[in-house]
Design a protein around this ligand. Structure first.
Ligand SMILES: NC(=O)c1ccc[n+]([C@@H]2O[C@H](COP(=O)([O-])OP(=O)(O)OC[C@H]3O[C@@H](n4cnc5c(N)ncnc54)[C@H](OP(=O)(O)O)[C@@H]3O)[C@@H](O)[C@H]2O)c1
Length: 258
């Protein structure tokens, strides 16, 4: 089994949901955690303390708005001051609420501003975050990057055109990054989740319907949890996944095929 102890994970949006589960999974294995928050600074501070005392790792929270790609450079400089290395980067955070107006909705209601915001939060955030992380990974002989994606780029999900198309784009961008970062021994992959019970899903106008349909469609007869995603992201960062790069792993409880 890989020895992950003493390595460092940088992850965006780990105050709740999938990001929180991923960060905790790595912390359990002795990985130090540099994570970002946007509106939930207090929760972030509590989580950092909790992970430090429970798992004996170093955990620090930093503010970041993924709609402002220029914030990534100073973010990584702040991380440099607290951590001696970066081994893993997970691009996870996602916008919701007002910034997605015109991006989350039916096709005839889509608007350039909302769509552009989702592009910035999905593709630009992955690109600039990975660029900064890669410079640090190169110094320690390599690393692994994972971007979160969603099966809404493979199957129709009501109101999800803006997100679904940008998840398709980020998966393609991850493949391009994988080819070019391979020479630095950096692997780049995506994890594409089916519907997972988080606040982001609860924000769907038809949440109850999506939940019932997911359970019905799943070969496993249940909804997906953040821990289901965390396991796949963790695996992709271990040595056991050492020859996996430029791939998307679908974690959907069998819902997509049905
Ligand atoms: N839930 C699903 O069904 C599902 C399925 C497949 C893929 N995914 C993907 O998985 C990832 C995580 O989703 P989730 O369901 O766990 O979401 P979530 O529970 O809503 O968490 C979103 C995270 O993003 C942060 N965030 C929000 N706005 C931000 C901004 N402007 N700048 C920086 N960070 C911001 C939040 O920080 P604060 O709390 O501090 O504001 C929070 O930590 C996303 O990429 C999503 O597309 C989700």
């Amino acid at each position: 089994m890989s020895n992950m102890k003493g390595k460092t994970l940088v992850i965006t949006g780990a105050t709740k949901g999938i990001g929180q589960a991923i960060a905790e999974k790595f912390a359990q294995q002795g990985v130090n955690i540099a994570f970002t928050y946007n509106s939930n600074g207090e929760t972030a501070a509590i989580l950092a303390q909790e992970w430090e005392s429970k798992y004996g790792v170093k955990a620090r929270a930093y503010p970041l708005n993924i709609l402002e790609p220029d914030e990534f450079k100073p973010l990584f400089e702040a991380i440099d001051a607290d951590f001696d290395r970066v081994d893993f980067f997970v691009s996870n955070a996602m916008i919701y609420g007002r910034p997605v107006v015109g991006g989350y909705g039916k096709f005839m209601r889509l608007k350039p501003r909302g769509l552009n915001n989702i592009y910035t939060a999905t593709v630009n955030a992955f690109v600039v975050g990975t660029q900064e992380a890669a410079k640090r990974m190169e110094k320690v002989g390599g690393g692994a990057v994972v971007t979160m994606s969603s099966t809404g780029n493979l199957i129709y999900i009501e109101n999800y055109a803006g997100h679904g198309t940008n998840k398709a784009a980020v998966e393609a961008m991850a493949r391009y990054a994988a080819v070019e970062l391979g020479e630095m021994n950096i692997r780049v992959n995506a994890v594409s989740g089916g519907p997972i019970d988080t606040d982001a899903l609860k924000a769907f106008t038809n949440y109850e319907e999506v939940k019932a349909e997911t359970i019905k469609r799943s070969a496993l007869n249940r909804m997906g949890s953040p821990d289901d995603i965390a396991g796949a992201v963790y695996f992709l960062c271990t040595e056991e996944a050492g020859w996996i790069t430029g791939q998307t792993i679908i974690v959907d409880g069998g819902t997509t095929f049905r």
